[in-house]
Design a protein around this ligand. Structure first.
Ligand code: TXA
Ligand code: MG
Length: 326
């Protein structure tokens, strides 16, 4: 196909090419340990505009800026509380995003016009190398949402990205191939603009981990908050198949449940994770597989509500609200 994006392997050279493509205003999808991201130069408004076009996402919905280390934090953020530094030191590189007051480097086109910016240092080695190389040649960083169409299932492999976005990318955009995402769900988002940190989106950095690091109790976002956060729209994380929670599955339905739970006759077992960590790794894959083989319904037995189980349940409950158009 003439306009198909380049699926690049990850030699040092291809990472340099990808950084150069970003600098030229093109898009680069890249692996991270949570889910794959769709990156653009965080200081280039027209490149960032293309992210919104490719995703089909409303432009007031802010993007996370990906930086290579905590040393870059004060370029993008100001008024950084001590607890944010403590969290960054402890959990970066890793699956955590901090929302902080922005500096003038973070334009309205990144923050959706808010005076805050989301920042994350991912741990995936390809992501880190790409970001470092891009920072070196540009004095910027990489703005990236998950590399899926708005409201749909996040991609956890480069093939997922291609399947999801190929028709919207140009021949100058690049999809960097890498490992299957090891965490499997999006980062924990923490609002670090207040005295006490607040979890806006749960993830692999759990409340228990945050509390034990800070020796305080992290808060959870109030549903009525005016902050725009992931999942504040009803149709997040939704496959075409209907997601149903915690009922006995019937003939022809898909099933995801912890290992040891039996599969009734005629039910298609999509995954049997042995614990919540494995459960997180497989939920989006299971949803994609269900769509690929044409299942109409998937039953998920939710994992216990502790640790990363909290984040899995949040995603599944949003998925169960179904796909909506607006
Ligand atoms: O794991 C992740 O976070 C992945 C990888 C690629 O890093 N990224 C990701 O991005 O999930 P996205 O755009 O799909 O979800 C990020 C969420 C959005 O829902 C956005 O509303 C929220 O982060 N966000 C970003 N900046 C924000 C801000 N300044 N205030 C409140 N929420 C913000
Ligand atoms: Mg997303």
């Amino acid at each position: 196909m003439s306009n198909s994006p380049i699926l690049s392997n990850c030699s040092a050279e291809s990472i340099q090419d990808a950084a150069a493509a970003l600098k030229a205003g093109h898009l680069v999808a890249f692996p991270t340990e949570t889910v794959y991201g769709l990156g653009a130069d965080a200081r280039n408004p027209s490149a960032v505009k293309r992210i919104y076009e490719v995703k089909g996402r409303p432009s007031d919905h802010p993007l996370i800026v990906h930086i290579s280390s905590i040393d870059q934090l004060d370029k993008w953020a100001s008024e950084i509380p001590e607890y944010a530094i403590a969290l960054g030191r402890r959990f970066w590189p890793g699956p955590m995003t901090l929302i902080l007051k922005r500096t003038s480097l973070a334009g309205d086109f990144i923050t959706g016009g808010q005076d805050t910016v989301g920042l994350r240092v991912p741990s995936d080695p390809i992501a880190l190398e790409l970001i470092s190389e891009f920072e070196r040649i540009s004095n910027s960083a990489i703005a990236a949402p998950s590399a899926n169409r708005f409201g749909q299932v996040s991609p956890t492999s480069s093939m997922d990205v291609i399947e999801e976005l190929e028709e919207f990318l140009t021949q100058f955009d690049i999809v960097l191939g890498g490992a299957v995402s090891s965490v499997g769900i999006e980062s924990t988002i923490i609002d670090a603009t207040q005295k006490v940190p607040t979890i806006l989106r749960p993830g692999a950095i759990t409340p228990e981990m945050i509390n034990s690091e800070l020796k305080t109790s992290v808060k959870f976002v109030n549903e009525n908050s005016d902050l725009r956060f992931s999942g504040s729209f009803p149709n997040h994380y939704s496959p075409r198949a209907k997601v149903i929670l915690d009922v006995v599955p019937s003939y022809g339905q898909g099933l995801v449940a912890l290992y040891g739970i039996e599969t009734p006759d005629g039910v298609v077992r999509l995954a049997s994770p042995s614990d919540s960590t494995e459960y997180a790794q497989c939920i989006y894959r299971a949803m994609r597989t269900a769509d690929q083989i044409g299942l109409k319904q998937i039953v998920f037995f939710q994992p216990p509500n502790i640790g990363i189980g909290l984040a899995i349940r949040e995603r599944l409950q949003k998925s169960a609200m179904g796909r909506k158009k607006y």
